[in-house]
Write a protein that binds this ligand. Structure first.
Ligand code: PEP
Ligand code: MN
Length: 286
């Protein structure tokens, strides 16, 4: 791997544990299971998601408020209103939240509300954005580009570390190929390779890889079996009504069932899944 200095693994037990909140980490023995909608739509939706996932073996919430949409006419996200909704459930349920930043100008604002900043696939090689994230004081989930090689993915992470932020979580989310049956092709080979190349945590997004909800749970279990440090999965109280990515959204019941089904697989590969934030609601984050 050319020029990968800061992200390169120095020895087989070299690993970085990224802290999302006081209680939640990724990259150590504990797996990180993240659930939530593609897009934050309103407070009722996020309340339903958070109240259900807080009592499941799920440790963090996701939800986009700045959305990269293929069509400029599609819903672009609630912006600041969405950040306030995320901040509300974060505070009420004690679950850290992950949301995407698409531009340098959004970093400061998003970092004041969210625990983790997501860089979407379409921005994996937005080098100015990566450099600016090096200066951010929050961990970053870096998603693999739609057609990025493993080397390009690793070097994108190197940009963030080399500009000062050591807390990067890599996310395999499928790459584009010739077959349109699945939305993308989940590259579990990349997960295994990344775990050997870098000391950074590697999580898997089976939702954007599959594009179809009936494929998500099995891919998620395969990801944990092959050594992923966690999952980020889209779910919604009324999946077919999701404003974006409806076809791949799990119901909340299916999300909880998936999280619970991971326990024996985690145990088989020497990992543990912490229980959720606990009883509802809890005020552990400020
Ligand atoms: C998302 O997480 O909703 C998203 C847009 O993902 P990706 O950047 O992987 O397409
Ligand atoms: Mn999505």
């Amino acid at each position: 791997m050319q020029n990968a200095k800061l992200v390169a693994k120095a020895s087989s037990d070299h690993k970085t544990i990224v802290q999302l909140s006081d209680q939640v980490t990724v990259g150590g023995q504990d797996l990180l299971i993240v659930g939530g909608p593609c897009t934050v739509e309103d407070s009722k939706q996020m309340e339903a998601v958070a109240s259900r996932l807080a009592v499941a073996p799920v440790q963090a919430l996701r939800g986009g408020v700045y959305k990269p949409r293929t069509s400029p006419y599609a819903f672009q996200g609630l912006g600041l209103e969405g950040l306030n909704i995320l901040a509300g459930v974060r505070q009420r349920y004690g679950l850290p939240v992950i949301t995407e930043v698409m531009a340098i100008a959004q970093i400061e604002e998003v970092a004041t509300y969210a625990d983790v900043l997501q860089i979407g696939s379409r921005n994996m090689q937005n080098f100015d954005l990566l450099k600016a994230l090096g200066q951010a004081n929050k961990p970053v989930v870096l998603k693999r580009g739609l057609a990025a090689t493993i080397e390009e993915f690793v070097m994108a992470a190197e940009y963030i570390l080399s500009h000062g932020n050591p807390n990067v979580i890599m996310c395999e989310r499928g790459i584009r190929s010739f077959d349109s049956y699945t939305r993308n092709v989940l590259d579990l080979g990349a997960v295994v390779a990344l775990k050997q190349i870098t000391h950074l945590p590697v999580i898997v997004d089976p939702s954007h890889a599959a594009g179809k909800r009936e494929l998500v749970a099995d891919l998620a279990r395969a990801a944990i079996a092959c050594g992923a440090d966690g999952l980020i999965v889209e779910c919604h109280p009324e999946p077919e009504k999701s404003v974006s990515d409806a076809r791949q959204a799990l119901s909340l019941d299916d999300m909880v069932n998936l999280a619970e089904s991971l326990q024996p697989i985690a145990a088989a590969v020497g990992r543990t899944i912490p229980s959720g934030a606990g009883s509802l609601p809890r005020l552990s984050l400020v």
